[in-house]
Design a protein around this ligand. Structure first.
Ligand SMILES: *Cc1c(COP(=O)(O)O)cnc(C)c1O
Length: 387
């Protein structure tokens, strides 16, 4: 038996996992515009720490299996890209291909757990703000689960992601403003209506749901020496770290990987904070749309973990991202969106610092077909055509 609860990493307060609970009551009053969310809660479990084998049902999650919608989220392939391995001289390079989740991105892992939570507690609607992928993901998983989904999306979100939202039958509220404006509008909507919020970091299950890839990786190759994670708000990163922490607690691995935080040069708040210890808001500008974030929502939460584990920060320019995207596609066959390609670009930048016999996992989080503008321009095609 396991006991599950939320704990605030900032003050240690504990809460029940139940509808209506998002941030820590003691720390949330410190929230104000321009800083990462305060009082983001962590899912914690106590009790049975005996691992029962490779059975997926043993993966510790706070919602019982029976509530998960029957849609194939996760269990994504770990590629062994032979041509890249040979050309770069890293025989243990792996690509974790989360582009093949149902909606084409890593976000499905979080939406899946949030949908299970909604079904357990009999909630029939989920609302969220997004830059694109979280919205298309929740719309997709919501369609499979019979949940109504309302999304707040900036008008500038890539067209493919907007079409996904509508195609899956969700309600699209287009926001004339940035993701921050969409975030505030979606919270106001949830507070007025009592609808479950899937806002990233704000709902602690979004972090917990994103830990499952670590279990899949460990099942296949044990603990990798290095893992590169493309990072915007820092929720995927926090989820991946949580997964390896759980694996350690379960005695499945003996050490943690070296965590590499991959960000775009034009949106690098977490990497900068890793160097200086503080968050300074700076307007972001990058081709890597899904990791373009002025103030990382999960910044405070994840920075504490990054400092504890001596994580490394790397950034790549837009030119480096697009070149890496092309190299990845043409030498492995995997076409990932620019945010994901940023993780590969960051690996290319620091590879001289990594011994060649070490294992490396590059987390590829979104399909290239979701956001083609960057690739279109980099290929020299007229970007006015067919978009
Ligand atoms: C959301 C997203 C990321 C970044 O995740 P964060 O939790 O915001 O750091 C990376 N890649 C893709 C494709 C995404 O959709």
């Amino acid at each position: 038996m396991r006991r599950w609860f939320y704990r605030c990493p900032q003050c240690g307060a504990e809460y029940k996992i139940e509808p209506g609970r998002y941030l820590c009551d003691h720390c949330a009053p410190r929230n104000r515009p321009g800083i990462p969310l305060q009082g983001v809660l962590e899912c914690v479990w106590e009790g049975d720490s005996v691992w029962q084998g490779d059975n997926k049902a043993e993966l510790p999650l706070p919602i019982e299996r029976e509530y998960f919608p029957k849609i194939p989220v996760g269990d994504t392939p770990l590629w062994a890209p032979e041509r890249l391995r040979a050309s770069l001289g890293f025989p243990k390079l792996f690509l974790k291909d989360d582009t093949c989740n149902p909606s084409g991105s890593y976000k499905d892992r979080a939406s899946w757990l949030v949908a299970a939570f909604a079904r357990k507690f009999g909630l029939d609607e989920v609302a969220l703000a997004s830059t694109g992928n979280a919205a298309s993901s929740m719309a997709c998983i919501g369609a499979a689960s019979g949940l109504k989904v309302t999304v707040f999306l900036p008008k500038t979100a890539p067209i493919a992601k907007r079409i996904q939202v509508l195609q899956y039958g969700a309600t699209l509220k287009e926001v004339d403003g940035t993701y921050d404006v969409a975030f505030d509008q979606s919270i106001a909507y949830s507070q007025e209506t009592g609808v479950l919020s899937r806002n990233t970091a704000y709902n602690p299950l979004t972090i917990e749901g994103k830990k499952t890839s670590s279990f899949e990786i460990a099942n296949e190759i044990g603990c990798p020496d290095n893992i590169f994670v493309p990072t915007g708000d820092g929720v995927i990163l926090a989820g991946v770290i949580k997964g390896f922490e759980d694996l350690l607690k379960l005695g499945r691995i003996e050490k943690l990987p070296r965590f590499w935080v991959a960000q775009a040069e034009g949106s690098s708040a977490i990497v900068r904070a890793l160097r200086t210890g503080v968050f300074e808001p700076r307007p972001s500008n990058t081709v890597a749309d899904s990791i373009s974030v002025d103030v990382p929502r999960n910044g405070s939460f994840v920075l504490a973990k990054l400092q504890r584990y001596d994580a490394q920060g790397v950034t790549a320019s837009d030119a480096e991202i697009l070149a890496a995207q092309r190299m990845l596609s043409s030498q492995s066959g995997l076409f990932a969106e620019p945010s994901s390609a940023c993780a590969f670009a960051c690996f290319l930048k620091v590879r001289d610092r990594i011994p060649h016999d070490e294992s490396i996992v590059v987390m590829l989080t979104g399909s290239g077909l979701k956001d083609i503008k960057g690739a279109q321009a980099a290929l020299g095609l007229d970007t006015k055509i067919n978009v």
